[in-house]
Design a protein around this ligand. Structure first.
Ligand code: ADP
Ligand code: MG
Length: 449
């Protein structure tokens, strides 16, 4: 078939699909796509970037193939080629944009304390920080989009603010926005309600750098997610910098989260790991100096070796010791520190918890009795919390499924495994349920102190 046939076929396909998916979706998803060839039973489509091909595959691939079959009377596959429209990708001749300085867009405040200088470099964060710094020098060029992964309290937000602060310093007139995905969702919802969607869009799309923190909050908010991708796309196409963070690594994400994040990964990805001992000591020293607090070396070492997985918790310990010292005026010993910090240190501990604690916390959460969890009642209001408690017992204790079954009123180990599977599935399918489970885990750890 000739190219012209491909174009014609595509146009007809779009027309047909438009009636099914509605004008808005057709404009968003199909309009920017054009046919470039039809060869060997494959219709090659040109898309502006990978975001489109992924989005179309996910949403419309099946329908497209069947409409193509209907219209052409043969099996036709589709393939995508990312082809940037060169007329639109102008060289960044003027990196300092002449932005309209007075707009009513409240660019959220950047924390001036979160800078590259105040960020301690270690093996765990070297790449993430170096990339961030080079982005701040020439935003929108090499590392775009930039995705930062890392557990809670490891410095993602710090680095994002540092990028923003540095860009503003290098390019004082550029429009940098730091926001969380939660804020983005709320603003979007408000804009929809107040009929201000156009101004919402134009404000976001006039940015030079968009920093979106904790992207995981966008999952399962379908319209907001779409809106984010369109914002993303508009910015990306005009070579504006986008930086996104997520508190889970892809392997710890639910499929929904993975879907969201994998779309961003064609830019540049760096992860931040928990800092090693040396880095933890350096962070504590820096923080202590900043706070004008002289902590003895052995106390610093004690904190650094007790709190391993969260820099925020590390800093929290220091602040508490400082407050204690200010109160007593006496020099701090390691024993004092151990005593003052025993609570904080327990929370950081990933050691197993007791099954009684799990049962107690879960029962409280679901307003049932612990003895119900151990009983045999099968109503959902009881069996659900029971399964949740069994699941948590599997992942938070070192007990075998046989032991766990025994602790739940003498149930069989296969009952425990069934509960575990069921809850795992639910976690995968439902991000809100995942949040609930995470929260329960945190509560259990706290209760275990
Ligand atoms: P996240 O966003 O990853 O949860 P934050 O960026 O909020 O973590 O960091 C938590 C705290 O730890 C902040 O006060 C931050 O300044 C500090 N912090 C984290 N990593 C470092 C580091 N490498 N050097 C100095 N401070 C750090
Ligand atoms: Mg953060």
């Amino acid at each position: 078939m000739k190219i012209a046939d491909g174009i014609e076929l595509w146009n007809q396909t779009v027309d047909r699909l438009r009636t099914e998916i509605g004008d808005e979706n057709a404009e968003l998803w199909l309009k920017p796509v054009s046919a470039i060839s039809l060869e060997g039973g494959v219709l090659m489509l040109k898309v502006p970037n990978k975001f489109f091909s992924d989005g179309i595959k996910e949403r419309y691939q099946k329908r497209l193939i069947s409409v193509l079959r209907d219209l052409s009377g043969q099996e036709i596959g589709i393939d995508f080629r990312v082809e940037r429209d060169l007329t639109r990708v102008l060289p960044p001749s003027d990196p300092v944009p002449e932005a309209s300085p007075q707009s009513d867009f409240p660019l959220s405040e950047l924390n001036p304390r979160y800078t590259f200088d105040s960020f301690v470099i270690g093996e765990s964060n070297r790449l993430a920080r170096a990339t961030a710094e080079s982005i701040s020098k020439s935003p929108g060029t090499q590392y775009n989009p930039y995705v930062i992964y890392g557990g809670v309290g490891l410095g993602k937000t710090h680095i994002m603010h540092a990028i923003g602060n540095a860009i503003r310093r290098h390019h004082p007139r550029s429009r940098v926005l730091y926001t969380t995905s939660e804020q983005f969702v709320n603003e979007f919802i408000a804009a929809v309600q107040n009929n201000q969607i156009d101004s919402f869009r134009s404000r976001y799309r006039s940015l030079d750098c968009l920093l979106i923190d904790d992207i995981q909050f966008l999952i399962a908010k379908d319209r907001s997610e779409q809106e984010f991708f369109h914002t993303f796309n508009a910015l990306f196409d005009s070579r504006k910098q986008i930086v996104v963070s997520s508190d889970r690594s892809p392997k710890d994400m639910s499929p929904l989260e993975q879907r969201l994040v994998s779309r961003l990964e064609w830019g540049f990805v760096a992860d931040i790991k928990p800092p090693d001992l040396e880095t933890r000591i350096a962070i504590l020293r820096k923080k202590a100096a900043h706070e004008g607090f002289t902590a003895p070396d052995d106390v610093i070492l004690f904190i650094a070796s007790s709190v391993k997985t969260n820099v925020r918790a590390l800093e929290g310990c220091l602040i508490r010791l400082k407050a204690f010292q200010a109160m007593t005026g006496a020099p701090l010993s390691v024993d004092d520190a151990r005593d003052i910090l025993k609570d904080s240190i327990a929370v950081d501990d990933s050691s197993p918890v007791r099954i009684e604690t799990i049962q107690r916390v879960v029962a409280l959460k679901y307003s049932v009795d612990v003895k119900d969890l151990k009983g045999h009642q099968r109503t959902v209001s009881i069996s659900m919390p029971r399964q949740v408690a069994m699941y948590l017992s599997c992942v938070m204790t070192e007990l075998s499924s046989t032991d766990i079954g025994r602790a739940f009123g003498g149930k069989d180990h296969s009952t425990v495994l069934h509960a575990r599977k069921k809850i795992e599935k639910k976690i995968e399918e439902d991000p809100f349920f995942l949040e609930l489970i995470n929260k329960l885990q945190a509560d259990i750890k706290t209760a275990e102190r």
